[in-house]
Design a protein around this ligand. Sequence first.
Ligand SMILES: N[C@@H](CCC(=O)N[C@@H](CS)C(=O)NCC(=O)O)C(=O)O
Length: 198
Amino acid sequence: MTLDLYGTLASAPCRSVLLTAKAIGVTLNIVETVPLSEAIKSPEFIKKNPQSTIPTLDDNGLYLNESRAIMQYLCNQYSHKTDKYYPKTPKFPVIFFGQKFSPEKIKRVDQALEYLEVYVSSSGFVAGNELTIADFAVVSSLSTMEGFGHDFVKFPKVREYLEKCKRDVPGYMEINQKGVDIFVSRFGAKVKEARQDS
Ligand SMILES: N[C@@H](CCC(=O)N[C@@H](CS)C(=O)NCC(=O)O)C(=O)O
């Protein structure tokens, strides 16, 4: 059985899915697909995902998009030995980040970081007292922000949290850091420019 993941390591939501798969021991075959490519706009791809976004999962003809939905699906469907990373409790919050750069948006990112500072202050994790898929979703974006030089000085607990994720998230270096490095090497200069102009 092969599970195909349409996407690329440079994409934060794809990395959230890949970190989840790694943690629960599921092998995903990455079908390299990048935004703005012909492939992602093709009728074949739109049949799989009308939103034309990555990540998109193909589980033997069952197509799923939206990273968080895919993460939950993988845990429900394939993580039979443990629900450690996706606890079956009714309350399981995940926080979301803004992603584009403008003074207004940067302010909103800092607001999100303020919330994250509070979330991780008590238990050291985003949701509950252990590492879960909520952390995979957050750390993929947080580390991208770090890669682009976002200033975390005001958020010491977030800083600590990120360092802990680097140590404890299964496959952090080979999946997440590798993807961040690819993304930053492609877009770092542009983002720096945009931030200076903002
Ligand atoms: N909310 C979606 C966001 C997916 C998303 O926007 N992916 C970007 C790449 S990081 C994409 O596919 N962009 C293609 C496009 O917008 O044309 C998720 O979490 O899966």
